[in-house]
Ligand binder design. Structure first.
Ligand code: SF4
Length: 440
């Protein structure tokens, strides 16, 4: 039987913030067994791969990295290899861990990560492999001993799962239906993090705007945000991800009125063309999206906007793609996360006719990224003369203000006395493609 005390672990994370936070929970479980972290997976006693299946590339990378451990496991048969997260949870996944990777010891899905400690105990007593992919989450998803990587920002789950079923997305199949956390649990976690000194708390969910719909107690996302911003202390709340069909005027009002709600919004649009949005099952039109952006810009001063875009969705014509470029030029997002459409087995879009060739997707993605680069240059000029409430940080000996949207504004070095506090910073100019300013 392996005693994990003083043994070494290594966690590898693929995918989104949701997975990053789950890895923080996994780290908490491993440390509570007495283990310590090691940089090199080949020297670890326990290696955990927290996988993502949102795009084929991430899956292929994970599979090849897991496969690479085979030779180390042959040298050290005591090594325990765990694969968890979205990849094993897929019913029609590309990779079969049971037969293709016989040296992997524990394979679990998204619903039982909180059981990892007991699976490790089990395997230390009896070396038989564990395969446990559950259809539903076990009792509660609460894991309390989270070990957070970041010293400034802390993630807090507010809702798990998704009910939207966008035709390209595998998430509802691997994360299940929406389940909101109780307000009291969220509030207690946020208070604890504020007391520990975290300056940003990011509320996480596949669709945070759906918060409360399943609780039947009158609670919704705008109310949650408003209540959490009453907590005492120096901090700001961020949230992600929002869905344009549920993001609404009430949330915009809270963003405007509450100084503790960060002035940034990540609102994935996915395409600038109505026909494609319909085929994606996104339930909104571009007109609706523009109206949300217009209201947000009007109400929330100096708001920073970001979005997700998929290029090369089945049947996307050149004209439909140009509509997306038109959207970028019109909205002028501060940040765009653009991806080529990736076929996901088990989703409706996978079987749609008129799939777009990889070379066309590639060309469109490159064009879109070039356009966004140009817009970004323009946006720097737009920032000059404006004042932003920033967190003052010192990075590699350089003092800067970090806007809510993550832009860095270089400051005179004597501003460092304000380190780790919020302050208003006026942008005075641009030096070497970077903003520079002073504390006001
Ligand atoms: S809203 Fe759509 S894209 Fe987002 S997780 Fe749900 S199904 Fe996937």
């Amino acid at each position: 039987m392996m005693n994990y005390k003083d043994k070494k672990y290594h966690v590898v994370t693929y995918g989104c913030q949701m997975n990053v936070h789950e890895s923080e929970k996994i780290t908490g479980i491993l440390q509570s067994l007495g283990m310590t972290s090691i940089d090199k997976p080949e020297l670890a006693d326990v290696v955990v791969f927290n996988t993502c299946c949102i795009r084929e590339g991430a899956e292929d990378r994970a599979f090849s990295n897991i496969s690479a451990l085979k030779k180390y496991k042959a040298k050290n048969p005591e090594m325990v290899i765990v694969v968890c997260g979205c990849m094993p949870q897929q019913k029609q996944g590309k990779y079969d861990f049971k037969t293709k990777l016989p040296f992997v010891d524990i394979v679990i899905g998204t619903h039982n990560i909180n059981m990892l400690g007991s699976y490790l105990q089990q395997i230390s007593e009896n070396r038989s492999r564990i395969f446990e992919i559950l259809e539903q989450p076990v009792d509660s998803c609460e894991i309390t001993n989270v070990v957070r990587d970041d010293k400034i920002n802390a993630y807090v789950n507010i809702i798990y799962g998704c009910n939207k079923f966008c035709t390209y997305c595998i998430v509802p199949y691997v994360r299940g239906r929406e389940r909101s956390r109780a307000y009291e649990d969220i509030e207690a976690e946020v208070k604890e993090l504020v007391n520990k000194g975290y300056r940003y708390i990011t509320l996480l969910g596949q669709n945070v705007n759906s918060y409360g719909k399943d609780l039947n107690n009158g609670m919704d996302f705008a109310t949650l945000l408003s209540k959490l911003s009453q907590i005492e202390g120096e901090f700001k709340l961020k949230f992600m991800t929002s869905h344009p069909i549920d993001f609404n005027k009430n949330v915009i009002k809270v963003m405007k009125q509450q100084p503790k709600v960060a002035k940034c919004l990540h609102l994935p649009v996915q395409s600038g063309n109505d026909e494609i949005l319909f085929k994606m099952n996104r339930h909104y039109t571009i007109k609706h999206y523009y109206s949300l952006i217009k209201t947000t810009k009007r109400q929330v001063k100096n708001v920073s906007l970001s979005t997700d875009i998929i290029v090369g969705f089945p049947n996307e014509s050149e004209q439909a793609f140009e509509d997306t470029i038109k959207l970028l030029k019109k909205v002028k997002f501060d940040q765009v996360f653009a991806f080529m459409y990736s076929k996901r087995t088990g989703t409706p879009a996978c079987t749609f006719p008129d799939q777009i060739e990889e070379s066309v997707k590639n060309r469109r993605l490159n064009k879109l990224l070039r356009e966004q680069k140009f817009i970004n240059k323009h946006l720097l000029n737009y920032c000059v003369g404006k004042t932003y409430n920033c967190l003052i940080i010192v990075k590699n000996g350089v003092t800067m203000g970090l806007t809510d949207g993550g832009r860095e504004i270089y400051l005179p070095n004597d501003s460092g006395v304000m380190e780790n506090h919020f302050a208003n910073v006026k942008v005075e100019g641009i030096r070497n493609h970077k903003l520079s300013g002073v504390i006001k």
